[in-house]
Design a protein around this ligand. Structure first.
Ligand SMILES: Nc1ncnc2c1ncn2[C@@H]1O[C@H](COP(=O)(O)OP(=O)(O)OP(=O)(O)O)[C@@H](O)[C@H]1O
Length: 258
């Protein structure tokens, strides 16, 4: 019986380690950190090999290095560790959230719990036609309180004309970002963290960099309207999401909000 238990635990152990390595790889893939990650994996494998071959001295040197290296790793991978914890947190919360939403849906008026994505996109289409710049952040699981404090607190039910009037060029609220939680505008004139990503084309300025920045640091979704081109960009997880039509975009956002 003990033997069977051990085997099952071993399998679970291996699956968990494989999942952990996969998630870490997914996070560092395409970043400069991938080379550091590969380097660490190689040192670890050599260390294990020296232990297996009983090469005492080399194994103890590498062992010491890996021991101290743990602290260095936390510093080097600060951003990635943050993202990783966020990923784990939001995976669980995601399910709980949709369950809570169901409950909320029963309790509250529906207009208060689900983001009216169609109205948001409708406002964006209209603003795009008049080359009005806009930056809209939609909260998912991660709290946005740390950025909200930089702007003005609001509590406004989402309606197309209201969103348009907020970003209207002469409006006192048009500057910075607007934050949406559920179906309400909860903050305006918010200053967002700007990304350091050098791969973003130069034609994108600070508004787009801020949208990439907040979606890198949190799981929020961002919509950016360019004042220069009137083009609407949808940004998720620090990346521009491609879409063909506005209908397709609405479906994508709704899916991302479930
Ligand atoms: N860190 C930030 N947080 C929130 N809003 C910002 C931030 N940086 C810039 N903005 C907003 O973006 C506006 C325009 O900035 P900028 O012209 O650099 O952006 P852009 O990406 O080139 O956009 P556009 O294509 O509309 O010109 C600013 O006036 C401000 O309202």
């Amino acid at each position: 019986m003990d033997l069977i238990d051990l085997r099952i635990l071993d399998v679970i152990d291996i699956v968990l380690v494989a999942m952990l390595l996969y998630y870490i790889y997914k996070l560092v893939k395409g970043t400069a950190a991938i080379n550091i990650f590969i380097g660490i994996v190689m040192i670890y494998l050599v260390w294990k090999l020296t232990q297996f071959l009983a090469m005492e001295m080399l194994s103890s040197v590498l062992g010491e290095f890996i021991g101290v290296g743990m602290f260095a790793l936390i510093v080097v991978f600060q951003q990635e560790i943050r993202k990783f914890l966020l990923l784990i947190g939001s995976t669980n919360f995601g399910r709980r959230r949709s369950f809570l939403r169901q409950l909320k849906f029963i309790r509250d008026r529906p207009e208060d719990s689900l983001t009216d994505v169609a109205s948001v996109i409708d406002a964006c289409i209209k603003m795009g036609k008049t080359f009005t710049g806009a930056l809209i952040v939609i909260k998912r699981n991660t709290s946005l309180d740390f950025v909200k404090t930089s702007g003005d607190t609001q509590d406004i039910l989402i309606k197309t004309p209201i969103l348009e009037s907020i970003f209207y060029k002469n409006s006192p609220l048009h500057d910075g970002a607007m934050i949406i939680e559920d179906n309400r505008v909860v903050a305006t004139r918010v200053i967002l963290p700007v990304t350091n990503d050098r791969d973003i084309p130069l034609r994108f300025g600070l508004r787009h960099r801020a949208a990439v920045g907040i979606t890198e640091k949190t799981d929020a979704l961002a919509l950016v309207l360019s004042e220069e081109t009137g083009k609407l960009s949808y940004i998720k997880n620090g990346k521009f999401v491609m879409y063909e039509t506005f209908e397709e975009l609405i479906i994508k956002i709704k899916k991302d909000l479930v």
